[in-house]
Design a protein around this ligand. Sequence first.
Ligand SMILES: NC(=O)c1ccc[n+]([C@@H]2O[C@H](COP(=O)([O-])OP(=O)(O)OC[C@H]3O[C@@H](n4cnc5c(N)ncnc54)[C@H](OP(=O)(O)O)[C@@H]3O)[C@@H](O)[C@H]2O)c1
Length: 290
Amino acid sequence: MILITGATGTIGSEVVRQLVARGEQVRAVTRDPARAELPPEVEVVRGDYTDLASMAAALAGADAAFIVGLLGPDYVDLDRALITTARDAGVRRIVKLSAIGTGSADLGRVGTWHLPGEQAARDSGVDWTILRPSSFASNTLSWVDAIRAGQPVPNMTGTGTQGVIDPHDVAAVAVEALLASGHAGQIYTLTGSELLTTADQAATLSAVLGRPVGVFDVPDAVAREHLRAAGRSDEFIDGALAGQAFVRTGGNAVLTDDVHKVLGRPPRTFADWAAAHATAFAAAPTSSAE
Ligand SMILES: NC(=O)c1ccc[n+]([C@@H]2O[C@H](COP(=O)([O-])OP(=O)(O)OC[C@H]3O[C@@H](n4cnc5c(N)ncnc54)[C@H](OP(=O)(O)O)[C@@H]3O)[C@@H](O)[C@H]2O)c1
């Protein structure tokens, strides 16, 4: 049985779908099973990272676990505890979702947030695989409202490029690592096959949707206020802005062939992702006058 954390999130939900499609027995963790929309074949259990006893109960009997955790300065201990709880529950294979640039000095403190969890996986004594994906294609779903309203989308990374990756491919690599021992001890840096700016992604969406998608630059001070209004701590905000600056100055202009090596095919393109998700960006239906 394979235990999936973050099972209602971007990557975890896709890992669940792909495992179910392969006939695997899956248990999904969520804080609220009643609200989770998961395939009927899946055993859905309640678990909260902040209540490790609930996670230990969820992990009992699992052979392998996909560990997502929470990102940020407040969660590094939690991330580490989640891994050791999995190990102590008898899980024999752990796949940890991390992020590209982890451990890079140039990335600053955001590059340290996944390190304790990664180290816990490496020290766990069980098979471990670490996935460090680049920027998710699905991050552009935060543009849905702007695009539907015909407004430009925010750009915080200037002309910096990234190897934007389809979450489907991150999940597909996770599935391989969960099912086969050949990935033990590997750190995979997962990217798409092309380097894209924010403007490139907007242009691709524009072509797919058949309407203009403009871009406007967001100064750091404005981004800081936005994050503060969203309740983020100063330490989180400093880290997040350092991450954006890292991208802006070319630090994340990285492509690897790890997806191809694991899956035996090239990564999906951003254009593939945009075409598959075009309906999400379609204008909301206007209510007709009765
Ligand atoms: N976005 C990117 O471009 C990018 C790039 C590289 C790496 N990453 C990494 O991806 C990770 C995030 O993955 P994601 O985007 O798939 O997640 P996500 O879509 O943000 O979903 C978060 C998941 O965490 C669960 N969760 C939140 N708080 C929880 C708690 N206290 N206890 C138990 N579960 C909890 C939620 O489940 P419920 O609400 O159902 O409980 C949900 O399934 C981060 O570590 C980030 O560093 C992201």
